[in-house]
Ligand binder design. Structure first.
Ligand code: CUA
Length: 350
């Protein structure tokens, strides 16, 4: 009995020390969303369980090995102990109760993280090899004075602080995974259209810049599939939306540069001559392009237009077909495509 008392005290001491160490160890990034608080609470509960069971097992083993070791001159077997119903009942019921309780707190945490705020704003997230694009629906005044929705596209995820946002995740090719460690949320992004759109809820609670990372191996540049997140005050967010939805009143080439940025073109096509996933745009216009089928073509406006609308028709030598999304004809307006072409035309090499 005295041994049991000593071991119990040692287990409690060890649990407290280990638990305090683990729950205070600085291994998680900042909590930048409301959901992160609940997730971290659940995480701490698990740390305490881990601390207790590690202590229970190692203290018992170490105590037995040291205190009950065979001493000099000792011969023969130890005491033979057989069945103990009371102990067996206890060590069956206690773990069942713990597992059931963990199921309950797991479910309630999930419910909390997924709780939908009726005031939430919606952002469509489009993932493709290897860029993220974010689309906002903004009501603007139409020509007849009626309210119409216009889409604002961005390569940066702008979010208002302290407001829940529902991210609707679409993939345009393979499975990706939307992961923001500071928000503690992660969700696979599936291809296959509306039926496979998954939703994620986040309520940012800290202004600042964070990063979306892709957490699913999705090809050669998976490691580089990141996008910036900007959490800003609500008023700043609204001003940004208004500014973005106002359309572009710059020169064609400057507007084209904006679309190339917001629609993710420049993630694959460099504008400084660097090798990328796709051919660089620097010095492309008016020059000869070597195609995969061995022929050559002059990169005129018609070639650029065709390459945007039907990228697989004339694949450039050295670049595999099927990489570039084929739906830019639907996602961009004719004017936007012409402006992007104007931008490409403006990129002359020295
Ligand atoms: Cu997308 Cu990994």
């Amino acid at each position: 009995m005295i041994h049991l008392a000593i071991v119990s005290v040692l287990v409690i001491v060890s649990t407290v020390l280990l638990g305090l160490f683990l729950t205070n160890a600085d291994i998680l990034p900042v909590q930048a969303s409301l959901q992160a608080e609940t997730v971290d609470w659940l995480f701490d509960v698990h740390w305490w369980f881990i601390a207790f069971f590690v202590s229970l097992i190692t203290v018992f083993i170490l105590y037995s090995v040291i205190v009950f070791r065979r001493r000099k001159g000792e011969r023969g077997d130890g005491k033979y102990v057989t069945g103990n119903h009371r102990l067996e009942i206890v060590w069956t019921i206690v773990p069942i109760a713990i597992v059931l309780w963990m199921a309950v707190i797991g479910a309630s945490t999930l419910a909390d993280v997924e709780r939908r705020d009726p005031q939430a704003i919606t952002v469509d997230v489009f993932a493709s090899q290897w860029v993220w694009r974010f689309e906002y629906s903004v009501p603007v005044e139409g020509e007849g004075g009626e309210q119409i929705l216009t889409a604002v596209s961005s390569d940066t995820l702008m979010l208002p602080n302290n407001q829940q946002v529902i991210l609707r995740l679409h993939s345009q090719d393979v499975i990706h995974s939307f992961f923001v460690p500071e928000f503690r949320v992660k969700q696979d992004v599936l291809p296959g259209g509306e039926e496979f759109v998954r939703e994620l809820r986040v309520t940012p609670k800290q202004e600042g810049t964070f990063k979306v990372r892709c957490a699913e191996i999705c090809g050669r540049l998976h490691y580089d599939m990141q996008a910036d997140i900007n959490v800003v005050p609500g008023s700043e967010f609204n001003a940004w939306l208004v500014e973005q939805s106002a359309g572009c009143n710059l020169s064609d080439a400057e507007c084209g540069q904006r679309w190339a940025q917001t629609y993710g073109c420049v993630a694959c096509h460099s504008i400084n001559g660097d090798e990328g996933v796709g051919p660089t745009w620097l010095g492309l216009f008016g020059h000869e392009v070597q195609l995969a089928d061995g022929s050559t073509v002059i990169a005129d406006q018609e070639y650029l237009l065709n390459s945007i609308l039907d990228p697989n028709a004339q694949t450039v030598a050295g670049f595999p077909p099927g990489i570039m999304p084929q739906d830019f004809g639907e996602r961009l307006s004719e004017a936007q495509i012409q402006q992007i072409i104007a931008f490409i035309m403006s990129l002359e090499s020295e």
